[in-house]
Design a protein around this ligand. Structure first.
Ligand SMILES: C[S@@+](CC[C@H](N)C(=O)[O-])C[C@H]1O[C@@H](n2cnc3c(N)ncnc32)[C@H](O)[C@@H]1O
Length: 251
């Protein structure tokens, strides 16, 4: 269930045609990076089951189905690939909690402002970062995510991108996001036998510097770890307290 995309390789992950061809060829289902079981502690901690959830770039992953089995009531799934969306809509027509729409995450104008409590992204910003005009695509996507989130809403990004690569995109002041970082090893990672480090729980947020980066000297136990950014769109109360205590960092 793990496929590494620590670089963009030669594939054009930002291209709808690439994904359509791939979904025609592969069929079935596949979850990138991590399955829901591993992500559940983070999802359940930040997203109540009654939330209206938007899954961006759902592909043919089982994640949304697993979330419904875990009690989630309303998940809108979008993907740029019409092949993936047609397949998933047919597969899940008997599950009313799951809805599917073909849509480009950079233009989700069919949805009104503040229409979701939370947005989940597993590998979709990563795909855009591999396409042409990556910084522009990322800004368009994250601008749309911010627009769609209710105040107090949560965007969870699961990615291979470390803070030097992702924080500059997430920390644009116009989003008003407060971001927490978690790091989890890739599935199947085994600690080297001579590894003596005392593992801190992956369920603890990683302390970051003021600019959102890993502290100097921070060593990843698994060099191919996945990063989970939990971004909270601050509401009016938090924004006004931020102007008094600008460096508070709790979500
Ligand atoms: C790496 S896959 C991840 C799929 C799924 N989220 C998972 O975890 O297995 C990236 C997905 O993003 C979709 N995608 C790429 N560019 C997109 C865009 N501009 N708008 C919406 N979806 C896009 C692709 O079609 C693909 O399904």
């Amino acid at each position: 269930m793990y496929r590494d995309t620590s670089s963009c390789n030669t594939y054009n992950y930002g291209d709808a045609q690439y994904w359509n061809a791939r979904y025609i060829q592969e069929g079935g289902s596949f979850d990138w990076y991590q399955r829901y079981a591993a992500l559940r502690p983070f999802v359940r901690k930040y997203i109540p089951t009654s939330s209206r959830v938007l899954m961006v770039g759902c592909g043919n992953a089982v994640m949304s189905e697993d979330m419904v089995k875990d009690g989630y009531e309303d998940i809108m799934n979008i993907d740029i690939s019409s092949v993936a969306i047609d397949m998933m809509r047919r597969k899940y027509e008997y599950i009313p909690q799951l809805k599917y729409m073909q849509m480009d995450v950079r233009d989700m104008s069919l949805f009104p402002d503040e229409s979701f409590d939370s947005v989940i992204d597993k590998g979709t910003l990563d795909s855009l970062m591999c396409g042409t005009d990556a910084p522009i695509s990322a800004a368009q996507m994250l601008g749309e995510v911010s627009r769609l989130l209710k105040p107090g809403g949560i965007y969870i990004l699961i990615t291979y991108g470390d803070p030097t690569a992702r924080m500059p995109h997430l920390r644009r002041p116009l989003y008003n996001w407060k971001t927490m970082l978690y790091i989890i090893p890739r599935p199947g990672f085994e600690k080297p036998e001579n590894c003596s480090s005392s593992t801190k729980s992956c369920l603890e947020p990683v302390p970051t510097t003021e600019s959102g980066l890993l502290p100097p000297g921070f060593v990843l136990e698994d060099p191919d770890s996945h990063f989970i950014y939990v971004c909270k769109k601050m509401d009016e109360t938090e924004l006004s307290s931020m102007s008094i205590y600008p460096f508070t960092n709790d979500v």
